[in-house]
Design a binder for this molecule. Structure first.
Ligand code: GDP
Length: 327
């Protein structure tokens, strides 16, 4: 059992940029132990006034699109050419099933992880999407308080995790392959609609011309979506992580987006909305937990759920009956 620090010690460590304490604080927010959670809340209160000063970028795309290679190349570009400090977090709720966590593999992002200006944290394992999302959201704030001014949140381009990431970042970047077809890539229209930019990856060698035509095709498709409240029109670029080409234009898009939305007030408005989203999310989670942990509900659960599965009781009547036990 590692030594526990006081909330002040955690906060001071994080604020001074101490990576060991940052990691320990993230472990704390990932913990499901009630005593750890209480401590985590105190730490978060202390660091919150120092958080918020980064650009948060969500990065998604199906496995094989080149996410980790891209993040390494793009991350190194930001460190070298823009003097940024970068934290890379991940959301991969499937990792407990497949056994392999994204970012879990030590061989990934070798040069980036060796750079003292970068901090890479794998997806927390063994949790539901809701649990992973909550702790990743808190980890963003901890990394910001530790002085990281660009945060990447990586996710696999399938399922619900995109929506969770979209609710915690400022800019959402979708990576796509040329010539694979939307369906093959498992990309739903909803995910394309969330994208502030699409980057066609692996635009090198024999892939280059296919990448350029895909760029035109997707740009045409994006124009069909109505302009959102941000007033930003999503753009499509091409890049190659192997050749380190097309990276500068992607960062230019991010900064252009930030300038536009900070100017028209959308940036702040969106972060406020996201805060409210996570408040509601957390209330829902806690209500559900309290409900299922209630001794009277626990005692009746098997009987009542059995009646529902057998068709002897309607689910709605059963829910109402269980709720009455709480009062
Ligand atoms: P992820 O599963 O999305 O994280 O994808 P990876 O980063 O692991 O890359 C998947 C495969 O694509 C690997 O075999 C890479 O070598 C290859 N790849 C990644 N980036 C590039 C690139 O810029 N150009 C080319 N030609 N191949 C790439």
């Amino acid at each position: 059992m590692p030594k526990r620090f006081s909330p002040d010690e955690y906060a001071a460590g994080v604020l001074s940029g101490n990576r060991v304490l940052l990691s320990r604080a993230i472990t704390l927010v990932e913990s499901t132990l009630p005593s750890d959670q209480a401590l985590a809340h105190e730490v978060m209160e202390l660091v919150l006034p120092h958080a918020g000063k980064s650009v948060r970028v969500g990065i998604t795309g199906v496995p094989g699109v080149g996410k980790s290679t891209f993040i390494e190349a793009f991350g190194n570009y930001l460190l070298e050419h823009h003097g940024k400090k970068l934290a890379v977090l991940a959301i991969d709720p499937t990792s407990q099933r497949t056994g392999g966590s994204i970012l879990g593999d030590k061989t990934r992002m070798e040069t980036l992880s060796a750079n003292p200006k970068a901090y890479i944290r794998p997806s927390p394992a063994g949790k539901t999407l809701g649990g992973v999302a909550r702790s990743t959201r808190e980890s963003i704030l901890l990394c910001e308080a530790a002085g990281f001014d660009v945060i990447f949140v990586e996710t696999v381009g399938v399922g619900q995790s995109e929506t969770a990431v979209h609710e915690m970042v400022d800019f959402f970047l979708l990576l796509m392959l040329a010539g694979a077809g939307d369906e093959l890539q498992g990309i739903k229209k909803g995910i394309m609609e969330m994208a502030d930019a699409i980057a066609i990856t692996k635009a090198d060698g024999a892939n280059l011309s296919a990448a350029t035509s895909a760029q035109a095709e997707y740009q045409g498709a994006l124009h069909l979506f109505p302009l959102g409240a941000s007033k930003w029109s999503p753009r499509v670029t091409v890049c190659s992580a192997f050749e380190k080409s097309g990276l500068a234009p992607i960062w230019e898009l991010v900064t252009e987006y930030v300038q536009l939305t900070q100017g028209n007030g959308y940036f702040q408005h969106r972060r406020q909305e996201q805060n409210l989203h996570w408040l509601r999310h957390s209330i829902r989670q806690q209500l559900e937990e309290r409900f299922y942990q209630h001794p009277a509900v626990k005692a009746q659960w098997e009987a009542v759920s059995g009646q529902v599965t057998q068709g002897q009781k309607s689910p709605f009547a059963a829910a109402a009956e269980l709720f009455r036990l709480l009062t």
